[in-house]
Design a protein around this ligand. Structure first.
Ligand SMILES: Cc1cc2nc3c(=O)[nH]c(=O)nc-3n(C[C@H](O)[C@H](O)[C@H](O)COP(=O)(O)OP(=O)(O)OC[C@H]3O[C@@H](n4cnc5c(N)ncnc54)[C@H](O)[C@@H]3O)c2cc1C
Length: 443
C-alpha cells in the first residue's frame, strides 16, 4: 500500500477537480488526484454533445488566474473547453499527480480520522482526507412514461452528435439548456422538432447588445436588480411569450436554473420547433400530450437533468436531499472531518471564476482543519451558518461571501480554535458499511 496517509485525495479531474488541485498545489498541500476516465477534462471530455458551446461566457467561465486564449470566441465550443483544461493542467504542471483509469468504488472513514479509499481494481489506500469532485452531470434523471414507445428513448447524456437526429421526427422533453440546444439541432437537421415543456420557461438571450448576459452581473448587483435587468433584456429581445404561442412562466426569473437560448424562440417563429405540453402517454410511435393532441415521432430525448450522487459513499455519508448536499460552507460536514463535497451546486455563473475565488479559501480552510480536532462544518454551524436551502446560487452572492470570509479569516480562525476547545474531544466514527449496490450501478 503506498504511503498516502499525510495526503488528501481529489476524486475527479474535471473542471472543479483541476481547479482545486491547482489551489492545493499553490498552498503547498500534498495531494493525489484520480479520475475514472482515460483522460482529464470531465464533462468537456466525455460528457457533452459534440456541438455544445458554453452558455456562460468565456469571461466568467475561465479560471481568473489563467485566461482563455485571446482568439477564443465569447462562447467557446466543447472542444475549445477541453483544450483549455489541458492547457491549464500543463501550465500548472498538474498532470504528474493525476492518475487516470482509477475509478473509486468506496470511501469510508476508519480509525484515527483516516479515510480508506478502494478502487475498482481492488487497490486500497489510506488518506487523511478525500475531496469529492466527481461532478453532477452523469447520474441521469429519467421520467416515467405510461405506455410503450417503438423508437429510442435517450437521455440528453446519450445524445452526442446531430447525426442521431438527422431526418428524424424528434421529441425533446425539458426546458433547460440541453433541451433547447437539442431541439434547435433537431430543427436544423431533423424532419420534425417538438419541445415538450411541462411548464413555460423564461428564455434569456445569450447576449444583449452583443455582450454575453453573464458579463452584465457585477458584485454590486443584488438578485432583485439582476431580475429586473433580465426582465428588461428579455422584453427588448423577445417580447412577450404570447408571440411564440407560449404561456407566461409561473415562476420568477432566476427562481429556476436559467435557460439561455435564442434559438428556440427563433425556430418557434419559423415553425421549425413546435412547443407541446407534458406527455400523457406513449403508444408505439405516437405520443399523446395532456392537451389531447397526438404526434408521431421517431425518437425521444429526455433532457430531464441529473441526480447529485456519491455512489462510493456508505449510506451513513449519503447526505444529498433533493439536489442539495447537506453540508456547511459549501463543502463541510459537521459530524465527519476529512470529507469535502465540491462542485455539487448549480451556480448561475461560469465554473472557472467561482473555482478561482473558492479554491484558495478552501485550501486555507483545509490547513485550518489540520489544527482542529472537530470538523470545520461544526465550526460553521456553531457560528450560525445554516445548511443550504437550494442548490441554485447567485455567483455574485458567493463572491461577496468569499470576500468577507477572506477579510475576516483571522477572526474566523480564532473563533474556530475557541469552538474547537469547547467541543473536544472528537473523532470520526469509523464505518464498515458497503455502498448501496444500486447506487454504484448508475455510473
Ligand atoms: C451541455 C452542458 C453545458 C454546460 N455548459 C456550461 C457552461 O456554459 N458553463 C459552465 O460553467 N458549466 C457548464 N456546464 C457544467 C459542467 O458540468 C461544468 O462546466 C464542469 O464540467 C463541471 O466540472 P466538474 O469537475 O464538477 O464535473 P465533471 O466535468 O463531470 O468532472 C468530474 C470527473 O470526475 C470523474 N469521476 C466521477 N466519478 C468518479 C469515481 N468514482 N472515481 C474516479 N473519478 C470519478 C469523472 O470521470 C469526471 O472526469 C455544462 C454542462 C453540460 C452538460
Amino acid at each position: 500500500m503506498p504511503d498516502t496517509q499525510q495526503k488528501h485525495l481529489i476524486i475527479g479531474a474535471g473542471f472543479v477537480g483541476l481547479g482545486i488541485a491547482q489551489s492545493l498545489q499553490a498552498a503547498g498541500i500534498p495531494y493525489d488526484q484520480v479520475d475514472a476516465s482515460d483522460d482529464i477534462g470531465g464533462n468537456w471530455y466525455h460528457g457533452v454533445y459534440s456541438t455544445a458551446h458554453i452558455i456562460s461566457s468565456k469571461q466568467v467561465t475561465q479560471f481568473t488566474q489563467f485566461p482563455m486564449p485571446e482568439d477564443y470566441p465569447p462562447f467557446p465550443s466543447a472542444a475549445q473547453m477541453l483544450a483549455y483544461l489541458h492547457q491549464f493542467a500543463d501550465r500548472f504542471q498538474l498532470r504528474d499527480r493525476i492518475q487516470l483509469r482509477r475509478k473509486v468504488t468506496l470511501v469510508r472513514p476508519i480509525a484515527d480520522n483516516q479515510w480508506e479509499v478502494t478502487f475498482e481494481s481492488g487497490e486500497q489506500r489510506i488518506y487523511k482526507g478525500v475531496i469529492l469532485c466527481n461532478g453532477h452531470h452523469w447520474c441521469k434523471r429519467m421520467p416515467d412514461f405510461e405506455g410503450t414507445f417503438d423508437g429510442p428513448i435517450w437521455h440528453s447524456k446519450e445524445y452526442r452528435h446531430p447525426d442521431q437526429l438527422r431526418g428524424q421526427r424528434v421529441l425533446v422533453i425539458g426546458g433547460g439548456n440541453s433541451a433547447c440546444d437539442i431541439a434547435a439541432e433537431a430543427a436544423r437537421v431533423g424532419a420534425k422538432s417538438l419541445l415538450s415543456l411541462r411548464e413555460s420557461v423564461w428564455f434569456i438571450p445569450k447576449s444583449f447588445a452583443g455582450v454575453p448576459i453573464a458579463n452584465f452581473a457585477k458584485p454590486w448587483t443584488p438578485e432583485w436588480l439582476q431580475r429586473l435587468l433580465l426582465h428588461l433584456m428579455i422584453r427588448l429581445t423577445f417580447g412577450p411569450h404570447s408571440r411564440y404561442g407560449l404561456p407566461k412562466p409561473q415562476h420568477r426569473i432566476l427562481d429556476k436554473h436559467p435557460t439561455l437560448n435564442n434559438e428556440v424562440p427563433y425556430y418557434l417563429q419559423h415553425g421549425r420547433i413546435t412547443a407541446k405540453p407534458a406527455v400523457q402517454r406513449l403508444d408505439h410511435h405516437q405520443v399523446h400530450f395532456v392537451d389531447g393532441t397526438v404526434e408521431t415521432v421517431d425518437a425521444i430525448i429526455c433532457a430531464t437533468g441529473y441526480h447529485v450522487a456519491y455512489p462510493f459513499l456508505p449510506p451513513e455519508l449519503q447526505r444529498v436531499q433533493g439536489a442539495i448536499v447537506q453540508c456547511y460552507g459549501g463543502a463541510f460536514l459537521d459530524d465527519y472531518k476529512g470529507l469535502y463535497f465540491l462542485g455539487w451546486g448549480q451556480a448561475r455563473g461560469g465554473v472557472g471564476s467561482l473555482m478561482s475565488a473558492y479554491g484558495p479559501i478552501f485550501a486555507q480552510l483545509l490547513k485550518l482543519q489540520d489544527q482542529l480536532e472537530i470538523p470545520l462544518g461544526r465550526v460553521f454551524k456553531e457560528l450560525g451558518v445554516g445548511l443550504p436551502k437550494t442548490h441554485l446560487s447567485d455567483p455574485q452572492a458567493i463572491f461577496t461571501q468569499l470576500r468577507l470570509l477572506r477579510w475576516a479569516f483571522p477572526w474566523f480562525q480564532r473563533r474556530a480554535r475557541q469552538i474547537d476547545h469547547q467541543c473536544q474531544p472528537f473523532a470520526n466514527h469509523p464505518l464498515q458499511a458497503e455502498p448501496e449496490p444500486e447506487a454504484l450501478s448508475v455510473f
